[in-house]
Design a protein around this ligand. Structure first.
Ligand SMILES: [Zn+2]
Ligand SMILES: [Zn+2]
Length: 446
């Protein structure tokens, strides 16, 4: 493969072209129409693909096994997959248990080039319960397909954060790589904008500076595929070099330029400038208008428009003409204004209910997650963890992507108060909004 590599087509691109463990066509429900021979046992499983009604398919399976014997569970479809593959892909826990009870194969690789096992297919769709059944039945957590991809790598290719957490909690080996030397973090950086997943991996011990067989780090791969979120995440990590050359002498910036990812090129150039600068990092634009993605624009617009247009117009044009005629309305206008500025100030400066970060309970939960039974009843304990804040979210708490913090009783992020609306400031935000509304009504009436 290396001999055919062009400067901008290094090994991960070849991976992208061939897709990965499950050919895309096979992911679609009802694809059995495309296959030649219809085998009843596969029809029974696939008919309920991605549905929750497993009892019907299970009954069908029982009937088929009673009629044709347990040998049908070892059958292969025309692409070389076993019934267990399809049960795992669709998350059919009851069918999988039925196969195990009847001693059907649950860990046979597909008879094709990739040789993926059922556990790999379960990881594609993040079925934790299915993976747990397989592991309890003795399937290896680190089983590799013919390309060397382990269940953890597959989970990361598809951005399955919770499953990745589960697998690591169960003891999946982190140092395993595929045949090109790429580990789960390389894949997460390459495949998508999975910041939560990447943070979880780095926190769990993955090295963001690790090089693969092509001397490419996760940053190189994120640049090849144009994942700005992943690039940002990696650049924020300690010791990640942005001008490291791969086997072909390409730096992450050169790869991004070659693939025309302009947003990444701009970001990396800015980052390089910052890193090379001996002056302290002062970004005046961010100081005035807030950091990118969390602009103070709407708030500043409101304040400036009110102070430099609204009030002058009111004082110069409206007041002289209507002061005696509508005196009570002017008094109301004045009082509501005072009230509005006070509530706006409070809503803007009050802590909306940010949850504490880096709490010890988070570390404890990560260590114990594999032993939790909760998710079997549908509640996943990992869903309550925030890997950015490293905290546990109580009910109704949510991570605000603008403030980059978890907020208790999160309502929404309001650009007009430039703050989150949560447990501590929801009343103030309502007051500010209502007084703004009253002012509008008042102005109209005057
Ligand atoms: Zn958070
Ligand atoms: Zn917010």
């Amino acid at each position: 493969m290396a001999s055919t590599i062009t400067p901008f087509q290094s090994q991960p691109v070849a991976k992208l072209a061939s897709q990965i463990n499950v050919p895309p066509g096979e992911l679609a429900p009802g694809d059995e129409k495309g296959s030649g021979v219809k085998i009843p046992v596969f029809e029974a499983i696939k008919s309920g693909q991605f549905s929750k009604k497993q009892s019907q398919e299970l009954n069908q399976m029982r009937t088929i096994v009673e009629q044709q014997g347990v040998g049908v569970l070892s059958q292969r479809d025309d692409k070389g997959h076993t019934p267990a593959h399809w049960a795992c892909l669709g998350g059919h826990t009851s069918i999988l248990r039925f196969i195990i009870e009847n001693k059907g194969p649950i860990d046979e690789p597909s008879a094709n080039d990739l040789g993926a096992r059922p556990i790999h297919w379960a990881c594609v769709n993040g079925h934790i319960a299915v993976v747990d059944i397989l592991v309890q039945a003795g399937v290896s957590l680190d089983a590799a397909d013919n390309k060397g991809c382990t269940p953890l790598i597959v989970a990361c290719q598809y951005g399955q954060t919770m499953l990745a957490g589960y697998l690591m909690g169960k003891g999946a080996r982190l140092q395993l790589t595929d045949k090109d030397g790429d580990n789960a973090l390389h894949w997460a950086a390459f495949k998508g904008s999975y910041s939560e997943l990447m943070r979880l991996l780095i926190y769990s011990g993955f090295n963001p500076r690790q090089k693969d067989n092509y001397l490419q780090t996760p940053l190189h791969l994120a640049c090849i595929n144009g994942n700005l979120t992943a690039v940002r995440e990696l650049c924020e990590q300690d010791g990640v070099e942005i001008d490291l050359q791969d086997k072909n002498g390409k730096t992450p910036l050169m790869l991004a330029v070659g693939r025309k990812h302009d947003n990444i090129v701009a970001y990396l150039k800015k980052e390089a400038k910052f890193r090379n600068s001996i002056l302290p990092r002062i970004d005046f634009w961010s100081i005035v208008f807030g950091p990118p993605g969390n602009t103070k624009g709407p708030l500043l617009f409101f304040v400036f428009a009110t102070l430099f247009w609204g009030y002058p117009m009111y004082i110069l044009k409206c007041l002289p003409l209507t002061y005696y005629e509508f005196q009570p309305l002017h008094i109301i206008f004045f009082v509501v204004n005072i009230f509005m500025w006070i509530s706006l100030y409070h809503a803007n400066t009050t802590d909306p209910g940010f949850l504490p970060r880096n709490i010890p309970e988070y570390d404890q939960a990560i260590r114990q997650v594999a032993h939790f039974d909760e998710w079997k009843q549908g509640n996943n304990p990992l869903a309550r963890l925030c890997h950015t804040c490293r905290t546990i979210k109580p009910l109704r708490a949510k991570h605000c992507r603008f403030c980059n913090r978890c907020v208790q009783e999160f309502d929404h992020h309001c650009p007009y108060i430039y703050n989150c609306v949560g447990y501590h400031n929801s009343q103030m935000q309502i007051c500010a909004q209502k007084s703004k509304l009253l002012l509008h009504i008042d102005k109209v009436r005057v």
